[in-house]
Write a protein that binds this ligand. Sequence first.
Ligand code: HEC
Ligand code: HEC
Length: 411
Amino acid sequence: MTGLRADEQSAIAQVESYGGQVLGIAKDVEGVRVLIPPKTFEGRVLSDADLAVLKEIPHIVELDLKNAGIGDEGASHLSALSDLERLHLEKTKITDTGLGHLKGLSKLVYLNIYGTEVSDAGLESLKGLTNLKNLYVWQTKVTEDAAKALQAAMESKGNDALEINLGWEKELLSKARLAALKAQREALESGETEETVEVAVVDDPDFKTHILPIFQESCVSCHGEDKQKGKLRLDTYEWTMKGTPDGPVVAAGDLIGSALFQLITLPADDDDIMPPKDGPLSENKIALIRNWISKGAKAEAEVKPAETKVAAAGGDGGVFAEYILPVLKDRCVDCHGEEKQKGKLRLDSLAATLKGAGDEAIVVKGQPDKSSLYTRIVLPADHDDRMPPKGDLLSKAQTDLIKLWILSGAE
Ligand code: HEC
Ligand code: HEC
């Protein structure tokens, strides 16, 4: 960075000294992104006071404090960052009081407070932030009613673009986006677009069967092997999930956080809509892509229990011994076995697994989503409750096996 005053340079050096990063946005764009780590190089947990230096750094447009141990005091140092457009506070100790310090950040477009103690009262402080478009309140105390009220308050001030993520498959899309979707439907019904064969909308699409054909028809000419507009390829599952050098464009379970969904559902006359010509996609195609993302952006269809080896097996060792126990032995039994019974749970036999943790069942036959044995292995890597708590997550094949085993009766 050039043209900085000495005090500005020393503030940046201080942030860098505790492991933070100060990065430019893009060539010819003024402003910086600041990333603050939860801990310093030496392992010291960052404190609220460490954030005081931020106000010496000019033009911070993005600030990432996720997982940092900072709380409301720390947030008080953010009130001076008037250029801030994107703020990550997820999994910090911020509460409603802390949000009060953000009242003046009128340029804020993106705010993530996922996994904090914030409640409905905290949203009051956001009502004046009329540029806000993306708000994440997943796993907070914020209720759907309060989120809707915030959206309505914004609309009354002319901001109809606020979208609020309340969790997996629970998102309040903005009025603007819903209007764009409606306009697309009407155009389709009145025959204004040249849609010939319409695809069927399925509830749980997968990339290979449903999404790739859409991309091949409408996107791959610019996002494929020959051309990679926006440095993005959409011709395989891996490329699609990789996104651009700036990050993913699909976030499983999160429509608001998926640039791809956002771009295909812009109003037809928006300069940024994808595809840029011959668009927008038909309503059914958009619905397929929406369902695909919100149901977890799967690569391939999951095998139905009846069709699987698991269900077919049975006999001698039984399904559990043959398919499930090896996974548990490899990844869980160190903490849930003969020597240690973390959470009062053993996972080294069928009987122990079905007995559960103390008096608490961890398997509900036929219902993986109610079985903590399953729900805790499919949490994101940085989630406090995920199992195993450390190391790699189980593979999709392994979690699918466990899911199928529970679905098919857990025997
Ligand atoms: C005629 C060429 C063309 C077609 C067809 C096209 N795109 Fe794009 N796409 C672009 C260009 C050019 C950019 C870069 C725009 C920019 O950076 O401002 C882009 C950027 C994107 C981005 C954003 C990448 C980023 O930087 O975050 C996404 C997502 C995207 N396209 C998705 C799609 C999808 C989905 C389709 C098909 C439904 C599609 N595009 C079809 C030309 C195209
Ligand atoms: C490094 C140790 C460790 C490993 C490895 C581990 N766990 Fe755990 N597990 C814990 C601890 C500690 C608890 C209790 C605290 C908690 O509930 O988070 C726990 C709790 C649980 C619970 C909740 C029990 C209840 O109270 O309802 C389940 C279910 C579970 N683990 C499943 C697994 C599975 C499945 C694996 C392997 C994929 C696994 N764990 C691997 C340490 C571990």
